[in-house]
Design a protein around this ligand. Structure first.
Ligand SMILES: Nc1ncnc2c1ncn2[C@@H]1O[C@H](COP(=O)(O)OP(=O)(O)O)[C@@H](O)[C@H]1O
Ligand SMILES: [Mg+2]
Length: 259
């Protein structure tokens, strides 16, 4: 039986923000034998980082919370102040409030400007509004002077910042980032971290970032989620988690015995 996904909100009201995402008794199995089994509640105004060894199910969980994949069973609920129940899979309005940036986001074979403008055009924004918002976003990620460049001419760090600009320009209620600095050099990593600190961390929205970089997870997070073998083992304050992880698997992970 496919898992259910429910929305509690009035999507026709633009200012009716998603305040919480709840995943309840999620199960997702793959033929390899892997099984994701967890429950999780994400609040607005908290930056969550998800850490854990490769293959723990971090990306799988992110896709399910972001409505890009369905669990085999369990439910994902989107809540705001009001409580109408709708089916988000068919609810384009709601889906547009949630943006997942994958590790290596596919860029369009167009200019940097057009890549950022794409989502706004899809939402039928006016030409003037698009111009203003795109230029603001490009400025925020330091790509203004590349606006007419072809996306494929960018370095990997610049491409990742472009992917971030493409998400930020939409001002989503929930921003889900999957390893935004994976395989970037230290300078590019720092630029991305700066953008997250300045533009994302205090947005008051729902923000989740998967990262392999434990220093980053500690520095940016309000709350750390540790996953291991498809389960959420810990959800903790970063200082507590990184100095005194509660579970044996987290101790092994934090102190470099498993990764
Ligand atoms: N679409 C898929 N089909 C089959 N197996 C998958 C699929 N996606 C991921 N997996 C497997 O599920 C496990 C968890 O993957 P993933 O969620 O990507 O972990 P993480 O992001 O923590 O590295 C891994 O063993 C991976 O190989
Ligand atoms: Mg992953």
């Amino acid at each position: 039986m496919a898992g259910s996904i429910t929305v509690c909100c009035l999507p026709e009201l633009e200012n009716n923000m998603i305040e919480k995402i709840e995943a309840c008794n999620i199960i997702k199995r793959y033929n390899s034998g892997f099984a994701l089994e967890c429950s999780l509640s994400l609040q607005k105004g908290v930056l969550y980082t998800i850490v854990g060894p490769n293959g723990s199910g971090k990306s799988t969980l992110l896709k399910i919370m972001g409505l890009l994949d369905r669990p085999d069973s369990g439910s994902v609920t989107y809540l705001n102040k009001d409580s109408s129940v709708l089916n988000p899979q068919n609810d384009i309005h709601l889906r547009r409030k949630v943006v997942l940036v994958p590790t290596r986001a596919a860029l369009f074979n167009e200019t940097v400007f057009d890549n950022v403008a794409y989502g706004l055009r899809l939402r039928k924004a006016g030409r003037k509004a698009i111009e203003g918002k795109v230029m603001k976003s490009l400025n925020e990620v330091g790509l203004t002077r590349h606006k007419d460049a072809h996306a494929y001419e960018l370095s990997s760090g610049e491409a990742q910042r472009l992917a971030l600009a493409r998400a930020l320009v939409l001002d989503p209620d929930a921003l889900l980032l999957d390893e935004p600095t994976a395989s970037l050099d230290p300078d590019s990593t720092r630029l991305i971290e700066d953008i997250i600190m300045k533009k994302v961390r205090n947005s008051g929205k729902i923000t989740v970032m998967v990262t392999h970089n434990l220093n980053q997870a500690k520095a940016l997070a309000d709350s750390v989620i540790f996953m291991y073998k498809g389960k959420i083992m810990e959800l903790a304050d970063p200082d507590v988690f990184f100095s005194k992880p509660a579970t044996e698997s987290a101790q092994q992970f934090v102190f470099g015995e498993i990764y």
